[in-house]
Design a protein. Structure first.
Length: 98
């Protein structure tokens, strides 16, 4: 599993409600940069942009409402990801639903 994915999964092990919003916003921005231009990840990048906006504005309810969509989109890109990242992406999707 790549380092960025591993760090994100570890950060979410305590649950999304235990994350500092500014740390979450930074992580989301890094993922937007990583996935920008990746084939098949356009919808995921758009959802990350919406999450980034919600976190930046302090609207945690809106951010929480976006998590199921992010989980679904993460699952959908997992099958096209490198084999070593597929399990981690599924773990991430599960954590986003948690």
């Amino acid at each position: 599993m790549n380092e960025q994915l591993q760090q994100t999964v570890q950060a979410l092990q305590g649950g999304v409600t235990n994350l500092d919003p500014s740390v979450a916003a930074s992580n989301v921005a890094q993922w937007q940069q990583t996935l920008s231009g990746a084939s098949g990840a356009e919808t995921l990048v758009d959802a990350l942009a919406q999450l980034q906006g919600a976190l930046a504005s302090g609207d945690l309810d809106a951010a929480a409402a976006l998590l199921p969509t992010l989980a679904d989109e993460t699952e959908s890109v997992a099958s096209a990801a490198p084999a070593e990242d597929q399990d981690g992406l599924m773990q991430l999707a599960s954590a986003l639903r948690g």
